[in-house]
Design a protein around this ligand. Structure first.
Ligand code: UDP
Length: 385
């Protein structure tokens, strides 16, 4: 079934690509424009010409989900290889296992606790005076006590977010579990893996449909919107409005690339938790593809800082000031017609890839339902606030 409408999708990252595919498959003609010279947004992967290593150009991306539908979806477009993400952490000149697990607890305290003993020990370490932790630090002190917090979280979080952990929401810490077993898998989700040929090949496959036209190196210009039946905006929410009420703050990352022979650090990601080490982590990309063989190695030393206007936005900051500004942009966006906002940048949220895909599928469905019912599509299918 084909029809005459043509929609415009701004951005060929995961959100834009999945949305384009979902719409194209129901007969809608879709134009996707992308300002960069590649698809896949910040999960873009590229083979390093010198070593042949597949590099996560904008930093580590590991696919993990509990959503069987999303897992089936990505497996339609890429061959996934089994991959379990493990992270090591350096603190005070020693190496530990993350996320916090029984080995980490025994290493830090020099003990041989079993699960129940460790649970009892941490319960005594924890700050029980904190009832309802409202910020990152309180959440950590309540969960793990001061020693573990200061060993792994305080310095890293200051470097990563550029602020006092007491100013950050507790939700950021909730990304990481504390385990009373020797399970050191970074993620607990039942479906985990890496696309064999990288994320960019997967996103290209998603976009490979006769009703999708893709233009790279094509920044958005307002006359394009006038020609489309509907615009789906996956760029920064405030950029749609020309940032005219101010800029929503992001952290950006700087990667210092270096190469080595053989195996430089023995794992994909090593975190550096001390505040006096200027980088947050070092990524050795070849360990994301353990089924490949390479003599050389490519590494990224990663630092975080406040994003300027010309920088690539990574993490939305969402502190009190940003949330107040976000509210104003969201209220304004809700009064717009002919445009919908989605994705990490369009909704200014810290999103994992699986959630991004689920929301893009839902956004396509909501738009198709609205059109079938003769209604205006909503500006957002999720609430960004
Ligand atoms: N974090 C930390 N120390 C670590 C790892 C993580 O303090 O060694 C904190 C930090 O605030 C970080 C958050 O936990 O932003 C979430 O970590 P995650 O590994 O999920 O971050 P991502 O890989 O998405 O950057």
């Amino acid at each position: 079934m084909a029809d005459d409408s043509e929609v415009l999708i701004v951005g060929a990252g995961l959100s834009g690509a999945v949305l384009a595919r979902e719409l194209a498959q129901t007969g809608v003609r879709v134009q996707v424009i992308e300002a960069r010279d590649h698809v896949a947004g910040n999960c873009h992967t590229e083979r390093d010409p010198e070593t042949g290593v597949l590099v996560h150009v904008y930093g580590p991306h590991i696919f993990h989900t509990a959503d069987a539908g999303v897992w089936a979806y990505v497996n339609r477009f890429a061959r996934f290889r089994p991959y379990r993400h493990r992270v090591m952490a350096q603190s005070g000149g020693r190496v530990y296992s993350l996320p916090l697990n029984l080995l980490t607890i025994n290493q830090v305290f020099g003990r041989t606790f079993n699960p129940d003993e460790a649970r009892a020990f941490l319960a005594a370490e924890a700050d029980t005076s904190i009832d309802a932790p409202l910020n990152f630090e309180d959440q950590a002190l309540k969960l793990m006590g001061r020693r573990l917090y200061e060993t792994f979280f305080k310095g890293y979080t200051q470097k990563q977010w550029g602020c006092d952990p007491r100013d950050l929401p507790s939700a950021i810490l909730k990304r990481l579990p504390v385990r009373f077993s020797y399970d050191d898998s970074y993620f607990a989700h039942p479906f985990q893996g890496m696309p064999e040929d990288g994320y960019t090949a997967m996103v290209r496959a998603i976009l490979d449909h006769p009703r999708i036209r893709l233009s790279l190196n094509t920044p958005f210009a307002p006359p394009m919107a006038a020609r489309a039946d509907h615009v789906f905006w996956t760029g920064p929410l405030d950029a749609w409005f020309g940032h005219d009420m101010g800029r929503l703050g992001y952290r950006t990352l700087d990667f210092e690339r270096f190469t080595a022979a053989g195996d430089w650090q023995g794992c994909a990601v090593m975190n550096y938790c001390d505040v006096d080490v200027p980088w947050t982590r070092i990524t050795e990309h070849k360990h994301f593809a353990p089924w490949e063989q390479h003599d050389g190695s490519v590494l990224y030393r990663e630092r975080s800082r406040a994003a300027g206007a010309a920088d690539v936005p990574y993490y939305p900051i969402r502190l009190v000031t940003e949330k107040a500004l976000l509210r104003r942009y969201v209220e304004r966006a809700r009064t717009e017609t002919g445009v919908s906002f989605l994705g990490r940048l369009g909704t200014y949220r810290y999103l994992d890839m699986d959630v991004t895909i689920r929301e893009a599928i839902d956004c396509a469905q909501a738009w198709l339902d609205a059109r079938r019912g003769g209604r205006q599509a909503a500006a957002f299918t999720v609430n960004p606030l």
